[in-house]
Ligand binder design. Structure first.
Ligand SMILES: *Cc1c(COP(=O)(O)O)cnc(C)c1O
Length: 421
């Protein structure tokens, strides 16, 4: 459920007409709903209420500080995957003890910054990384809390570009090697083993791969405890999918996911951490765009929008489907026709949908891409020297620009010319 609904024939973001935001801020524009963000966070929080837990929002899904602060004030921790994300989380006021540091290539500078600023744990992804964290922590005279990310070799049955839990993926340490890696971790100075980490992929629409992975984590917990390690925390990653269309079968709910976690791991007495990104932010954001031209082609017609692949890359990168709806609702029974919905960028890949049935739209009409809150704005680029799309946060009947659209001058002035030119 989200808070982007039609009222009296026009699309609202909570209590604000989407058209009013587009009139004030221009298009394209990303719009996020506070109520939806909080609702999704609370669903996870409640799904794990049977035991000690922390929901660490995977901020790579949507990392505007206003979003981070909204969630952090509700009690969320953060999962970060770079030094930039760590700095952003801190800037948004998230305390270090609620920040989990993931990512397979943490640099020395990133590790040092997190140890200085405070960190809940590093999720170690390789043995060389483990040795570097040990070396830096020791040289600073501090202890780094760590888990090791294990790769359970489970097929997440999701898009190949977002599957991470098979042995051929670059992520984590093969679970069969875990005992020796934990033995080395325990022996290294500057490290304190606190638990186990796993994350098998994104946009999972079935609970079975989670159950399989978590069963392996449960077994490993017993084995590592028998080896003398203190396993008090299990970080189970993110990955629960969202409905991208209104018509298809709905993915499992957080409460059902929480029940699987309890069934597989509840008996171990561990604190549970999860790192959902997409499910918290995905349906909490829309991308609003304007029709520039309606072009009649040979055998097909095109809706040319002012949003493009640089603003929302998911269709080009993952063949992703986004529902695209008119901001002014079509009359019941209004005729629909197929359109290829495209952006203005000079790439054939700049196609959002092919043969999509749409009601009659004309120049200047607004449309909204649903489910664009996660992996939307954060993956945007300035390709074709197009300005990054501004972001707006709505709360009830208020809205605020949380990232303005840069001017062409802002963009161009970031270049500097060498003295010989
Ligand atoms: C991307 C990622 C997540 C979030 O995945 P979602 O599918 O957005 O929930 C969580 N943990 C790690 C380590 C990730 O890389």
């Amino acid at each position: 459920m989200d808070h982007f609904l039609y009222r009296d024939g026009q699309l609202y973001a909570e209590d604000v007409p989407v058209a009013d935001i587009a009139a004030a801020v221009g298009s394209p524009v990303y719009i996020y709903s506070t109520a939806t963000l909080l609702r999704h966070f609370r669903l996870f929080d409640e799904a794990l209420a049977w035991g000690p837990h922390l929901v660490c929002y995977a901020m790579k899904a949507a990392s505007n500080q206003a979003i981070l602060k909204t969630l952090a004030e509700a009690g969320a921790g953060m999962d970060v995957v770079s030094g930039g994300e760590y700095a952003r989380a801190k800037a948004a006021g998230v305390p270090g003890e609620r920040i989990v540091f993931s990512g397979i290539g943490k640099t020395r500078d990133e590790i040092r910054a997190a140890l200085i600023g405070g960190v809940r744990q590093f999720n170690i992804e390789s043995e060389p990384e483990m040795r570097v964290i040990s070396e830096i922590a020791s040289s600073m005279g501090v202890i780094a809390p760590v888990t090791v990310r294990v790769n359970p070799d489970v097929d997440a049955k999701t898009h190949a570009k977002i599957a991470t839990g098979k042995s051929e993926n670059k992520f984590g340490i093969p679970i069969a090697k875990a005992r020796s890696v934990y033995a080395e971790a325990a022996a290294l100075p500057g490290l304190k083993v606190v638990g186990i980490d796993v994350h098998i992929g994104s946009q999972l629409t079935d609970l079975e791969p989670f159950a399989m992975a978590y069963r392996k984590v449960a077994e490993l917990t017993e084995v590592l405890r028998a080896d003398g390690h203190e396993i008090s925390r299990l970080d189970l990653g993110g990955g629960l999918g969202i409905p991208y269309t209104r018509s298809n079968e709905a993915p499992p709910l957080p409460v059902e996911y929480g029940a699987v976690v309890q069934r597989e791991l509840g008996h171990l007495g561990c604190e549970i951490e999860i790192e959902p990104g997409r499910l918290i932010a995905g349906n909490a954001g829309i991308l609003v765009s304007k029709v520039i031209y309606v072009k009649e082609g040979e055998g097909r017609n095109f809706l040319i929008l002012d949003a493009a692949m640089n603003d929302l890359i998911r269709p080009a990168m993952y063949d992703a489907h986004h529902d695209i709806v008119p901001v002014i609702e079509a009359k019941a029974g209004a005729e629909q026709a197929p359109f290829d919905i495209v952006g203005p960028v000079c790439e054939s890949g700049d196609t959002f949908a092919k043969g999509r049935m749409m009601p009659a739209l004309g120049e200047g009409d607004l449309v909204a891409f649903r489910s664009a809150g996660a992996y939307g704005s954060v993956m945007a680029s300035e390709y074709n020297t197009r300005a990054l799309v501004p972001e707006v946060l709505v709360r009830d009947d208020q809205f605020a620009v949380i990232r303005p659209r840069p001017s062409f001058e802002d963009m161009i002035n970031r270049d500097s010319l060498p003295e010989w030119l």
